[in-house]
Design a binder for this molecule. Structure first.
Ligand code: GDP
Ligand code: MG
Length: 283
């Protein structure tokens, strides 16, 4: 399998396009557990470089991306290639993780709230998530009452389709609470499995844990925020966000655009890639 195929998926407005644009825009990342180590993300194909320009033109001028319409076949959506380069330790050679993904329309996952019998058009997208992939990052932004049951139903249907697909036995699922700079959930970010999913999305967590009982190494919970907070100092956790309504729809933009620092952006990708490699070596 080509190293690096990771699908980035999630329901409508969960933050997928903004996440991909942040990946294209932000080059240097430090990872909280590996202080001092720099991970460099590089856009590798014309589409990814164009997305970097869009991040500048859209996010950095205080606007939001338009919704990705589900009006094309999966192969017509832009295909982004990135590399993540880093030095595992002082004496070792540089390591490169390559990542390729598409910006899937969220409607596919919204339809999974109700049924696993997707239309042929949407079935194509789900098949693509499982074909020749190491795993997927699934972005979820809801934590309020009622969201848990919706997400649980979505995962039940998603897992049915996963079982029917010819998925790699080491396929990794990184389940992410996105937009975690929001005040009500920010304090749960350090142990998202326990303090976010275990509190607000209990049924979702239960369904996933049961499914991955025999291979818990293939499932992990994360929290990330593409917008981040105003300051990286723990004493100043003001969200770097401004909420607004555009065309009757609520949305958010980055507040201090000259000091935009996403939180935990690449951790789910590193986990998928590194743990996939480790399980490949074991098996
Ligand atoms: N609060 C907050 N809002 C975000 C974040 N990332 C994206 N958004 C907002 O969430 C909405 C949907 O984002 P978008 O990337 O278009 O979602 P998509 O439909 O999944 O591609 C927009 O208003 C974004 O500005 C984040 O990290 N925090
Ligand atoms: Mg989108």
């Amino acid at each position: 399998m080509t190293n690096g195929n990771i699908a980035i998926i999630g329901p409508r407005a969960s933050g997928k396009t903004t996440y991909l644009a942040a990946l294209a825009y932000h080059q240097n990342h430090t990872v909280s557990t590996k202080k001092g180590k720099i991970y460099q993300v590089n856009p590798k194909n014309p589409e990814a470089r164009q997305l970097k320009e869009q991040a500048e033109e859209i996010l950095l001028t205080g606007r939001e991306f338009k919704a990705t319409r589900p009006d094309k076949t999966v192969y017509e959506y832009p295909y982004y290639m990135f590399s993540i380069d880093y030095k595992p330790n002082l004496l070792s050679k540089n390591k490169t993780i390559s990542l390729t993904t598409r910006d899937y329309p969220g409607e596919v996952f919204n339809q999974l709230f109700q049924t696993s019998s997707l239309s042929n058009h949407f079935q194509e997208f789900i098949t693509d998530c499982f074909t020749a992939k190491m795993g997927c990052v699934i972005l979820l932004s809801g934590w309020e009452l009622g969201e848990d049951i919706k997400y649980r139903n979505m995962f039940k249907n998603f897992l049915i389709l996963m079982d029917k697909s010819n998925v790699d036995k080491n396929y990794k699922l990184a389940v992410v609470m996105s937009k975690c700079e929001r005040g009500e959930i920010w304090t749960g970010r350090l142990e998202p499995e326990k303090d976010l999913f275990g509190i607000h999305l209990k049924e979702t967590k239960k369904t996933l844990k049961e499914k991955f009982q025999a291979n818990p190494q293939n499932l992990k919970f994360f929290a990330l925020s593409t917008f981040g907070i105003m300051s990286t100092k723990p004493k100043d956790p003001r969200p770097n966000r401004e909420d607004r309504v555009v065309g009757g729809k609520p949305g958010s933009i980055i507040r201090d655009r000259s000091n935009w620092q996403p939180y935990n952006l690449i951790e789910p990708l590193l986990w998928i890639s590194n743990s996939y490699e480790a399980t490949q070596e074991e098996s």
